[in-house]
Design a protein around this ligand. Structure first.
Ligand SMILES: [Zn+2]
Ligand SMILES: [Zn+2]
Length: 279
């Protein structure tokens, strides 16, 4: 174990959520079981084995470690990673990597893949990522990771196994795909980014930013900067169907104890115990 960057860990069912996020400092998350991560504001040494990364937007504290991550994987003889980014950033990032490669005198092999709102990325047979628009000061995206399962179509439920087998052998499609939203990641966004994507409220785990918590920071002003205030969560509290809501990306204006104090005052039951403060 090499200690280099802070990582907090939380287990939820079959998933482990790992990461760190403070506004303007650095943001990085990964879920090893899903073989994916969100944002590359920094890259803990232990994160390098994760082969696919989704970048929510191109602010430095969410992006700066991209070349470091690519270089480490090459150095450790791992497969070149796939990094999904808002499409406007692809060409500039390719140029940056070329220049860094020149001064570092090392190759930076990776696939930079453009993504847009409405896209679906097939990660594996079991998992799909959908991309939604979010509201920030630069183009930005949110992500939902869906688990896919095949389920017997309702019209065949209750039929004997042999009948179903015969139907299948006869060429009938007896199953249909069902999708379960497992993890949603908002990135940096005003509350419009949540509202634009119903699955954000349905996913088992929601990782959301809540940059501001103090009453003196007015939410109207904060929305202009493309961020969320604690009041925005409270306004929507009846809509969250998630089992676990991770609140993160708190402003450096607040000490951890201040964040806890504001949240416990306004949400003493932590939304029925679902709300987890990532501090
Ligand atoms: Zn940020
Ligand atoms: Zn940002």
């Amino acid at each position: 174990m090499i200690h280099n960057l802070p990582v907090k860990t939380l287990a939820y069912k079959d998933l482990t959520i790992e990461g760190y996020s403070r506004a303007a400092v650095q943001t990085y998350w990964r879920i090893p079981e899903l073989k994916l991560g969100f944002d590359l504001g920094a890259q803990p040494w232990s994160f390098m084995g994760t082969p696919a990364w989704f970048i929510s937007h191109t602010h430095m504290d969410h992006l700066a470690a991209l070349p470091v991550y690519v270089a480490r994987r090459r150095m450790m003889k791992m497969e070149p990673p796939v990094i999904y980014m808002p499409e406007h950033a692809i060409e500039p990032m390719q140029r940056i990597l070329r220049l860094l490669s020149r001064i570092d005198r090392g190759r930076l092999p990776c696939t930079l893949s453009p993504i847009r709102p409405g896209d679906e990325i097939e990660l594996s047979r079991e998992h799909v990522v959908t991309i939604s628009p979010t509201v920030h000061t630069v183009p930005s995206l949110g992500f939902v990771v869906w688990e896919r399962r095949r389920k017997l179509k309702s019209e065949f439920v209750g039929l004997p196994g042999e009948t179903i087998r015969d139907l299948r052998l006869g060429g009938a499609e007896v199953t249909q795909e069902i999708r379960l939203p497992r993890v949603a990641y908002l990135g940096d966004s005003a509350p419009g980014g949540l509202d634009a994507c119903p699955a954000m409220f349905e996913a088992e785990v929601l990782i959301t930013e809540v940059t501001f918590v103090a009453p003196r920071h007015r939410k109207e002003k904060i929305h202009k900067f493309g961020h969320i205030h604690l009041d925005d969560l409270i306004e929507r509290r009846d809509r969250f169907r998630n089992h676990l809501i991770i609140a993160s990306h708190f402003s450096t204006r607040y000490h951890s104890s201040q964040i806890r104090a504001h949240v416990h005052k306004l949400l003493p039951d932590l939304m029925g115990g679902k709300l987890h403060l990532w501090i």
